[in-house]
Design a protein around this ligand. Structure first.
Ligand SMILES: Cc1ncc(C[n+]2csc(CCOP(=O)(O)OP(=O)(O)O)c2C)c(N)n1
Ligand SMILES: [Mg+2]
Length: 649
């Protein structure tokens, strides 16, 4: 049986426009229908005639033969094993939507209903970091993509592949007038072009097939990143045209990641092997679990401290060579790998100093040599400033750090002379002692104000850890600022135990990225936990419903400090500098930055969207038992939220 045919774009639109007029019935129904009874002013159920008019399917024009373009597109999408499509629905991609759920049977990919396009993109973002597998999202031409844009920027800055397809009706002469035309653009991709790796607008089915496989390939070649396709409404609707040649789906083969130049690798190894105090600084090195093992090998070979900037789990924080950023000041050689901000790593910036402006200070000793391996050097655009301040580097290798590590390890092995080995072992012992001492100090700091109410952020984190420590846990995100207690005190040893932050620091990432990561972890049998701040949650809280609707188990423990506290501090600092008392607006709290009066009942918000929830927890003694209950709920397959009233930081 021919799978389609179907209907061409113009008569489809005509039919849809007729069907859209409320109360329209076909002439046949109208002739046989009983006369309409007198309307009663009430919410009585509609009679059969009205119900048919409101819910019945419109009579459609005869369809032409041929497969709809969007069915072929589903075949292409299925060839890439994309598991989910988290998206907000829209008419501009209705052709593909209908094909995904009917022709594609809503599996591989499965449509997940999102309440904001930003949530759809951020779910893909979080999912990728939990699983190493990209997802695609669909957005409504102009307006949906405008909503999605910040989340795309976060994925760009965080070097995460996300496939975005935006419906758009390009044919100005034949598209539906009015709203669909408001929602069409000549070049919708321009909205996100500055922070996507590639974009395209296919104009034939075969063009779609090539571009979709190409965008997958580009997104998953390091440095990873989001990619965009504008998908014409007419192309989705019309039967595929093969232009006399059989259509085909290009086969995807992954690209080998680019590596640092071998001569530069040897020079770097020579500097590292000869250094008295080498320091390894890492940001997004471990793309895979193997990246963690390679980094441990390099660090142990050199007996060098590792500063993990934490945008991924790169290095176990329980390893004796794991050290804080303060060691950079003593270095004579620094190797920075996949750093987002090399300048900020080796320099200090004091915001609002005595002049009221920032002050720059070098952290380095004179003569310190700098080495860099970074794939991001291979992809820099001009407008957005994610490339950060310029830093001069002695040995700079554009290339993927994880892929370069094996040759660097080999080169370091050859470069270490036997007479250095004792000194290196001694260096390792000193670092081991410093690591143990540092951990003691951190524990003591965490105990400060242990019994305070609002609850201290250290207690928030440690009570949470106490309830999940025996599970195969994954900390999917910490939004807001909890003084980094998780990374300082939870033993983070596996790559999925910490998934990093948003990348671009666009707030509103935490909640949806946690749900996306929890989705990936669900399928892998891991237990997901997020520390969820109040400000972050309120950007697009509808993602809570998405989690409940699609049965995504996630423990969200709230860091509810009742404000945009980072901004509280900014305004306070500036008031101090200007020698003024910050206006707190009588009892309303800091103006423009507090989220109080009325206090938001986050537990009720979550409950209303199908979550198990408890709160507000103000007594620290109640915290452990509440989280324990929530853990049991999450283990049964549901999301659960504990609303905890916390100290600001
Ligand atoms: C989209 C966006 N809007 C505004 C900001 C500025 N901003 C930075 S931190 C912050 C406060 C976030 O509040 P919350 O998530 O509750 O964290 P807290 O600072 O209270 O720990 C804001 C508004 C931003 N980074 N991104
Ligand atoms: Mg807050």
């Amino acid at each position: 049986m021919p799978r389609t045919p179907k209907l061409n774009r113009r008569n489809f639109l005509a039919a849809a426009a007729v069907a859209g007029a409320a109360g329209t019935v076909s002439p046949v129904d109208a002739a046989t229908a009983p006369p309409e009874p007198r309307r009663l002013p009430s919410a009585l159920p509609p009679n059969a005639h009205v119900a048919a008019a409101e819910t019945g399917a419109p009579e459609m024009p005869a369809q032409e033969n041929g497969m709809p373009g969007s069915d072929f597109m589903v075949d292409v999408i299925k060839s890439l094993d994309l598991k989910y499509v988290p998206a907000n629905p829209a008419s501009s991609y209705r052709g593909l939507h209908e094909s995904l759920i009917n022709y594609g049977k809503n599996t591989m990919p499965e449509f997940l209903t999102c309440m904001h396009e930003e949530s759809g993109v951020a779910m893909c973002h979080g999912y990728y970091k939990a699983t190493g597998k990209p997802l695609m999202t669909l957005v409504h031409g102009v307006v949906g993509l405008q909503h999605a844009a910040m989340a795309v920027y976060n994925a760009w800055c965080d070097r995460v592949p996300v496939l975005i397809v935006g419906g758009n009706d390009l044919d100005a002469a034949h598209r539906a007038p009015g709203v669909p035309t408001f929602h069409s653009g000549q070049d919708i991709n321009a909205i996100v072009r500055d922070f996507t790796k590639w974009d395209d607008t296919p104009i034939s089915a075969q063009h779609f097939a090539q571009s979709f496989v190409r965008m997958y390939k580009i997104a998953t070649t390091t440095p990873y990143g989001p990619v965009m396709m504008a998908l014409d409404g007419g192309l989705q609707m019309e039967p595929v045209r093969d232009f006399g040649e059989p259509l085909y789906i290009p086969k995807f083969f992954p690209s080998a990641p680019p590596q640092g130049d071998l001569a530069a690798v040897r020079e770097a190894a020579r500097l590292l092997a000869a250094a008295e105090r080498p320091v390894i600084v890492v940001d997004r090195v471990a793309r895979t679990p193997n990246g963690v093992s390679l980094l441990v090998e390099l660090a142990e070979l050199l007996q060098a401290p590792v500063v993990d900037q934490g945008n991924r789990m790169n290095f176990p924080n329980t390893h004796y060579l794991s050290r804080p950023a303060s060691v950079i000041g003593q270095a004579d050689v620094v190797i920075g790998m996949e750093l987002s901000d090399y300048w900020g790593t080796v320099n200090g910036f004091l915001d609002n100093d005595n002049n009221g402006f920032g002050q720059n200070v070098s952290k380095l000793k004179p003569g310190t040599k700098l080495i860099s391996i970074s794939s991001v050097d291979l992809l820099t655009k001009s407008n957005y400033q994610d490339f950060q301040r310029f830093q001069s580097i002695d040995v700079s290798m554009p290339g993927d750090a994880e892929a370069t590590l094996p040759s660097l390890i080999d080169a370091v092995k050859s470069a270490i002379s036997n007479d250095r080995k004792d000194a290196m072992a001694k260096r390792g012992d000193t670092i081991r002692q410093a690591h143990a001492k540092g951990l003691d100090g951190t524990k003591q700091a965490a105990a400060i104000a242990w019994d305070a109410s609002p609850i201290s952020t250290a207690r928030l984190l440690m009570e949470t850890y106490g309830q999940i420590k025996d599970l195969d846990w994954s900390l999917v995100s910490t939004s807001g600022n909890t003084s980094n207690w998780a990374n300082r005190l939870w033993p983070i040893e596996k790559h999925y135990q910490w998934l990093g932050a948003s990348g671009g620091y666009g707030i509103g990432y935490g909640a949806p990225a946690s749900v996306g990561a929890a989705l990936g972890n669900r399928d892998l049998g891991r237990f997901s936990v997020a520390i969820q701040s109040d400000g972050d949650l309120m950007f697009a809280p509808g993602v809570l419903w998405t989690a409940a609707r699609h049965k995504i188990p996630l423990l969200a423990v709230m860091h509810n400090n009742r404000g945009y506290h980072q901004e509280v501090m900014h305004v306070q600092r500036l008031s101090n500098f200007r020698n003024r008392v910050a206006n707190i607006g009588n009892d309303l709290g800091p103006i423009g930055t507090s989220i109080m009066n009325p206090d938001i009942e986050y537990h009720k918000l979550a409950e209303s969207m199908g979550w198990w929830a408890k709160g507000p927890i103000t007594d620290p003694a109640d915290l452990g038992p509440a989280i324990k209950e929530a853990v049991a709920v999450v283990k049964s397959g549901q999301p659960a939220l504990v609303n905890v009233v916390t100290q600001p930081r």
